[in-house]
Unconditional design. Structure first.
Length: 296
């Protein structure tokens, strides 16, 4: 057991999982406080490091590519202060931080956790329902639908159509971009069969962000949606409604069916691993397994 308690938060490692609890200090970011406690299975990690400074140091976790929907949705654009996988360490606790690093590294070595990317999410993403008000809209997500409600700051041309509701099955991708310098940020939902090149200010499927305090919370919405979309590393499966997904240079029907069957078998194994590790509840595992078996 290794544990480090700081004003910035508390990290506890029991040899199999790493528990991250944000601190209550006023300097802890709103995103980390809202996200709350995280439990990381060892299989989601690829490394840990301690960066020692003159006054304070920093513990930094490295997760496997594709293991976490939050990192997938934000693409490395989260500020250090909002990154839940970093911990500020006070000068008198540098030795404890180094012990934590040794314990995690030894466990990764003993368990032979692969360093390459994961082809399924090993973390569940932010819980739903979730609602965030920032920029020119309030966004709600209940696990099945995204709802965009415009405010008085919304461009008139975008607000004219009224509240926007997008079914999860119609979301092809989600993208979050923070405001940087003079460039505004955004949360954009790419909707199937409805491509657009309109800037976020005019796009009815986007929220424009101006760099205010609550902007990073939109990254949680992006992560919650991302967690429920097909994993980027997964092979294309039939689209909702039974229509086959378009694949350039697709194999002949017999070969494609064989590939789909193999992908579904892999998905069953992934679901079993997620259930065994506690990421999926018994009910969630049963529902997901039945959905895969129906496709087979």
């Amino acid at each position: 057991m290794a544990e480090i308690i700081q004003r910035d938060g508390t990290w506890t490692f029991d040899g199999e999982t790493l528990r991250l609890v944000p601190g209550h200090d006023k300097n802890v970011s709103l995103l980390r406080k809202t996200l709350g406690e995280l439990t990381l299975p060892l299989a989601a990690l690829t490394g840990i490091a301690f960066e020692q400074g003159k006054k304070t140091g920093r513990l930094r976790l490295r997760l496997r590519d594709g293991a976490d929907p939050l990192l997938q949705a934000t693409g490395g654009k989260l500020a250090d202060s909002s990154d839940p996988y970093q911990l500020t360490v006070e000068a008198d606790r540098h030795g404890v931080a180094e012990y934590m690093v040794d314990e995690v590294r030894n466990a990764l070595h003993l368990e032979q956790v692969p360093a390459e990317g994961s082809d399924s999410y090993l973390l569940p993403g932010p819980p739903v329902p979730l609602q965030v008000a920032a920029g020119d809209a309030t966004v709600s997500f209940d696990g099945e639908r995204v709802r965009l409600e415009w405010n008085w700051k919304t461009e008139e041309a975008k607000a004219a159509a009224g509240t926007r509701t997008i079914a999860l099955a119609d979301v092809a991708a989600v993208e979050w971009q923070p405001a940087i310098g003079l460039e505004n940020g955004y949360l954009r939902f790419s909707v199937r069969n409805s491509p657009t090149k309109a800037p976020p200010k005019y796009d009815p499927n986007s929220v424009e962000l101006w760099g205010f305090k609550k902007d990073p919370l939109m990254a949680l919405v992006a992560a919650a949606v991302q967690a429920r979309l097909p994993h980027p590393a997964a092979k294309a499966l039939p689209a909702p409604g039974g229509a086959p997904a378009e694949i350039s240079g697709a194999a002949p029907p017999a070969a494609a069916a064989e590939d789909d069957h193999d992908a579904l078998l892999r998905r069953l194994r992934e679901l079993g691993e997620l259930h065994q590790s506690g990421v999926l509840t018994d009910e969630e595992f049963t529902v997901a397994k039945q959905a895969v078996l129906k496709r087979m």
